[in-house]
Design a protein around this ligand. Structure first.
Ligand SMILES: *Cc1c(COP(=O)(O)O)cnc(C)c1O
Length: 386
């Protein structure tokens, strides 16, 4: 079959290869501990599932949904943003329902990037920033995330001709894969840089509710001027263990929202109304389930981080996200050793971009018992750490 050239330009999908290796190990009878997947192991809270079941039985939800989302869903998003971040959003013009935030990230370059335009994206980063840029025939400029800069991009390092030609910027804090968080001053810098260079900012905030030690992540939209330069992609996936439901939201600048909306009108027909109704229940109901999940992740994080330290690794405990980003010599070799010698799946950092080399990502989306078992198995390996 002759595929279109754009498929040849896609980076090799490392995660598919890891899945194949994992399946192979399982077929050999290995009890694989999968710390690779960024998908909560905990179920969606029952009252949200009940709301979906009830809504799905109402034939009114069986038709094509509104392209932009139900007004009541968009209102619930606005109320949640106000309560959580003290951000004011007009539900009609500044909120758009998404079929998961991945969908919004995948479509947004179509609205703002002409062939050859530059898109700035963090590296390492969520792989969809790059692939969506490639699909829009934009030119990618990687903003490296380095430990010495707190895994934040340094705008002074971006050549001014690149900055001038850039149309769009992707970034997201709390960050996948590094687990880093961004201070308010950094978001202020983003606004200044975007304003000076007329760049549309797409901030990806999927992990704002997965946080520890009393730390509360910000919304990019909290910062003065952010509403003028960009939007924030958010989602119920990580907050309410709803990754399979495919529901999210784009919030912020009305013109950017309108551009993304125009693309979406032509490629999808909205999110299932029953899912939107259940999402209203999630966003406006009691939020204890969110606190409970954070407590569980924090306990797992502590077990993993302390265990890795006991094994001789130097590691920073993340303040948010369910990822632990560990410095290693060679990310592919480390991940292969973990799988082949201990039956543990971790994700090589290079899968998130060239600047992810030298790290692996652990996802704490498994029980304490499994994390302890993984550490026990690691005790038997020779990592040559000092
Ligand atoms: C999980 C994730 C998303 C996408 O989540 P959806 O399920 O599509 O809403 C977006 N960005 C990052 C960084 C993620 O880790």
């Amino acid at each position: 079959m002759m595929y279109a050239k754009r498929l040849d330009h896609l980076p090799p999908y490392l995660f598919a290869r890891i899945d194949a290796m994992k399946a192979e190990k399982r077929a050999e009878g290995v009890d694989v501990i999968d710390l690779g997947v960024g998908d909560p192991d905990l179920p969606t809270p029952e009252y949200i599932v009940d709301a979906l079941c009830e809504a799905a039985r109402d034939p009114a939800t069986h038709h094509y949904p509104d392209y932009t989302g139900m007004l009541d869903y968009r209102k619930a998003v606005a109320v949640w943003y106000k309560k959580r971040f003290n951000v004011d959003l007009d539900p009609v013009t500044e909120v758009l329902a998404l079929i998961g935030s991945k969908e919004g990230i995948a479509h947004v370059p179509e609205a703002f990037v002409n062939p050859g335009d530059i898109v700035l994206a963090t590296d390492p980063g969520y792989p969809v920033y790059k692939t969506s840029t490639l699909f829009a025939e934009g030119e990618l400029y990687n903003m490296p995330l380095r430990e010495e800069n707190g895994f934040l991009p340094v705008f002074d390092d971006i050549p001014s001709d690149v900055a001038k030609k850039a149309k769009l910027m992707f970034l997201g804090y709390p960050n996948n894969p590094t687990g880093a968080v961004a201070p308010r001053e950094f978001f202020e810098e983003v606004v200044d840089f975007a304003r000076d260079n007329e760049i549309v900012v797409v901030h990806d905030n999927a992990y704002s509710e997965v946080c520890f030690d009393g730390y509360k992540p910000l919304s990019f939209l909290e910062v003065d001027g952010a509403m003028d330069v960009g939007i924030e992609m958010h989602s119920l996936s990580k907050t309410y263990n709803m990754t399979g439901w495919r529901i999210g939201m784009a919030c912020g600048n009305a013109d950017v929202i309108a551009g993304l909306g125009r693309v979406k009108t032509n490629v999808d027909s909205g999110a299932f109304d029953a899912i939107q109704r259940a999402s209203i229940v999630a966003l406006t109901g009691p939020q204890d389930c969110v606190d409970d999940a954070c407590r569980i992740y924090q306990e797992r994080r502590d077990v993993l981080v302390n265990g890795l330290r006991e094994l001789g690794f130097e590691i920073t405990a993340p303040k948010a996200t369910f990822y632990v980003w560990l410095k290693v010599d060679d990310s592919m070799k480390f991940a292969a050793k973990m799988l082949n010698e201990a039956g543990i799946v971790v994700t090589p950092g290079v899968g998130f971009g060239e600047n992810g080399e030298g790290y692996v990502r652990f996802a704490i989306t498994r029980s304490i018992e499994r994390i302890k078992e993984a550490l026990e198995r690691m005790r038997g390996l020779d990592f040559e750490t000092s």
